[in-house]
Design a protein around this ligand. Structure first.
Ligand SMILES: [Zn+2]
Length: 326
């Protein structure tokens, strides 16, 4: 079962107040309710959904709000993934249910307003988000490449209403137009966690956080390793350059012409090209600190660079150095 399916299954088990039942069902009907009117003025409501747990939830929600009997039909999709489609059908009492949900006679804009502005109870706002997610929402497994939660809407006004509601909980929902309608989505891991908490998917939230923490640690370790590697590369480049310069001085200048302090360092470095600075310090006969040794190596570098500049040697030499590092 996918993470999204598990999340849905979890929230379908929540029990809540009647006001919240109404809010949740309103959101579900907005997304996937179909009302057909017959000549005699009779209304039939179909709610079609692929997720079995959500279908059961819809059945229970309607039952909590109406005494009328309901049918449940199962259709098998002929193409694509061949999933089942569950249809909860209400043949009687549709009008009074829609009235109760304040859905009758409203155009889309006023529904969006109702969602965003008039529905004051925080519990109901959360229930509304839960309903929208159950009806047409999806969330990536936190293990996947990117964090993503989305709710698909047929109409722009619904999507705007959802964005407005999400804003109230600082969820930073964004909206985008697709070929078939609109998508409201959340990309930030932290905000997805907040959303899961709001709709009461606490198991899903814990799983999401677990994965996120492990991922975060892995990223931090990678960053540290990259950082260490970068520093190591810098050290290697410096060491190669020093050695190169000393060899240059040996060939073009003569180490015997250097001051004794520089000469001993140059000779020791040539004899021990692979040792670290600290080890080189220990190898030197006079007591030299690491910074003292660095200072002398820098002097050798400067001397070599000045000479190379004078000799027009630099470009050729740096090219060769770069080749060796590749
Ligand atoms: Zn409520």
């Amino acid at each position: 079962m996918s993470f999204a399916a598990r999340t849905k299954k979890e929230v379908t088990l929540i029990t809540q107040k009647t006001c919240c039942d109404q809010a949740e069902l309103t959101a579900i009907l907005q997304q996937c309710g179909i009302i057909r009117a017959f000549d005699e003025g009779k209304l039939v409501l179909d709610v079609a959904i692929e997720n079995a747990a959500t279908a059961r939830r819809i059945y229970v929600l309607i039952k909590n709000l109406s005494d009328e009997s309901l049918e449940v039909l199962v259709q098998r999709k002929m193409r694509l993934k061949k999933n089942n489609i569950y249809i909860v059908r209400m043949r009687a009492g549709v009008e009074s249910l829609l009235k109760k949900l304040n859905l009758l006679g409203q155009d889309r804009c006023s529904i969006a307003q109702e969602v965003g502005l008039k529905r004051r109870n925080s519990c109901c706002k959360k229930a509304f988000l839960r309903g929208a997610f159950l009806a047409s929402g999806s969330v990536n497994d936190p293990d996947s490449n990117s964090y993503h939660l989305e709710i698909a809407c047929h109409y722009e006004a619904h999507a705007q209403g959802l964005c407005y509601l999400m804003d109230e909980f600082s969820l930073k929902g964004k909206m985008i137009e697709r070929k078939k309608g609109f998508i409201v989505y959340i990309k930030e891991g932290e905000k997805i966690v907040d959303f899961l908490g709001l709709i009461g998917a606490h198991q899903a939230l814990l799983h999401f956080e677990d994965v996120r923490i492990v991922k975060g640690m892995r990223n931090q370790v990678n960053r540290l390793v990259n950082c260490e590697t970068a520093n190591l590369n810098k050290t290697i480049v410096a060491a190669v350059r020093q050695l190169d310069n000393i060899r240059f001085l040996e060939k073009e200048y003569g180490l015997e012409r250097l001051s004794p302090k520089l000469r001993i360092v140059a000779e020791m470095r040539l004899q021990n090209p692979d040792v670290t600075l600290a080890e080189l310090c220990r190898l030197l006969p006079d007591q030299v600190s690491k910074s003292g040794l660095n200072h002398r190596l820098r002097k050798l570098d400067e001397l070599a660079t000045t000479m190379k500049n004078q000799m027009g040697y630099l470009e050729e030499q740096t090219g060769a150095l770069a080749d060796r590092l590749v």
